[in-house]
Design a protein around this ligand. Structure first.
Ligand code: KG4
Ligand code: ZN
Length: 353
């Protein structure tokens, strides 16, 4: 089965052709980072305008790279949410147009579900149930993932933890902005942190008062802001390097402590890490080390599949197509789309009980 994936939820225009949900035949990603860098963050109106300019050439490139044409594919998968409404509409509407003109089936994919499927290319044999941590610029979510089929063909999600304020990637981007490092901040802090002392600056860890598995990252951003106001030297090397390293270590500790607590309570068969922040070299290192110590199987995608891409959308879309979950021309983008909500039967209740 050949599926065209289209992703335009934020500031990447991406298209990909994936065979049988497994084999990436092409993976074209156009990043708008240069457009938004001057503003220190994504400007929604500029993002949708640039998607409009790029969507056609990027999709054409995906076909050219795969050596195929529209006639060869079996279906089209496009991100329909969550994300920026103007951006989402460009990719989804283009996909609807292709589907309408070719009579190829269309599936609407949740962007977060796409991130979870990014793990499936290199690790198709993940054992379920799994605990999936999705850490990106817009989301920090911990899901309990069960599989009806025992593999990636039929997954079911329950949200067991989420950020109460900023996403982890957002904290990276905001701290980078405070330090005048440029946008996006994650990769820059990742690089600078390698030269700093991870234990030089102590940040107080956020305590979420109830026993939930939620995260919070706005406190650490405010702490950095306060520190910089008190000591301008922190904006210069070498103190800046120590600040980056200590900030990063604290964020990673917070991600690990909640994930490990969830793993103790819920006993998954594996742990999955995905989303833009999953490209972070120290985060990967810490999770590899600590999952091994805890006896947990741990899987994460290669860097090109962690940040936004359309291969992951095609993979999640393939599973939907196989299940017959197609949509018609009435489908609309939903900027606040949820993958799952915690409900009465969620695993969360198991430890609250
Ligand atoms: O998944 P993604 O491409 O877009 C969203 O769905 O949000 O994630 C982008 C986020 C940005 O906040 C960026 O700073 C962060 O991922 N990021 C990183 C790294 N590479 C990207 N954060 C930390 N370390 C990295 N190496
Ligand atoms: Zn994303």
């Amino acid at each position: 089965m050949l599926v065209l994936g289209i992703e335009t939820s934020c500031d990447e225009t991406a298209a990909s052709i994936v065979k049988d949900g497994r084999e990436i035949l092409s993976n074209v990603i156009y990043s708008q980072v240069k457009t938004h860098a001057a503003y220190g963050g994504v400007v929604p109106e500029l993002a949708s305008r640039e998607h409009l300019l790029k969507i056609r050439p990027i999709v054409d490139q995906a076909f050219a790279d795969a050596g195929m044409s529209l006639a060869d594919i079996d279906g089209i998968a496009a991100t329909s949410g969550p994300g920026l409404i103007g951006s989402l509409l460009v990719g989804l509407t283009y996909a609807k147009g292709l589907s309408f003109s070719t009579h190829k089936p269309l599936v609407a994919v949740n962007h977060i579900e796409g991130h979870i499927y990014s793990v499936s290319f290199e690790h198709p044999d993940v054992e379920f149930p799994a605990l999936a941590l999705v850490v990106s610029g817009g989301h920090t979510n911990l899901f309990w993932v069960e599989s009806e089929s025992g593999d990636f063909r039929h997954l079911k999600y329950k949200l067991v933890g989420k950020t109460r304020d900023d996403a982890a990637g957002e904290a990276y981007d905001k701290v980078a902005k405070l330090l005048g490092l440029g946008y996006p901040g994650g990769p820059i802090i990742d690089r600078l942190a390698k030269q700093g002392n991870r234990h030089s600056i102590a940040f107080s860890k956020v305590k979420i008062s109830d026993r939930s598995l939620d995260f919070s990252f706005s406190g650490i951003k405010t702490a950095v802001l306060r520190m910089i106001k008190e000591n301008e030297q922190l904006k210069e090397d070498p103190l800046r390097l120590d600040l980056c390293a200590s900030f990063q270590e604290t964020v990673i500790d917070m991600l690990w402590s909640t994930t490990s607590r969830a793993a103790e309570l819920l006993q998954p068969r594996s742990v999955l890490l995905s989303g833009g922040v999953a490209a972070n070299s120290r985060l990967r290192e810490v999770f590899v080390e600590r999952c091994a110590e805890a006896g947990l199987k741990f899987h994460y995608p290669k860097p090109i599949l962690t940040t936004d891409n359309a291969a992951m959308i095609a993979a999640a879309g393939t599973a939907k197509l196989l299940r017959g979950e197609t949509v018609d021309m009435e489908v609309n983008a939903d900027p606040n789309m949820r993958l799952a909500v915690s409900d009465r039967n969620s695993p969360k209740r198991r430890w609250k009980a």
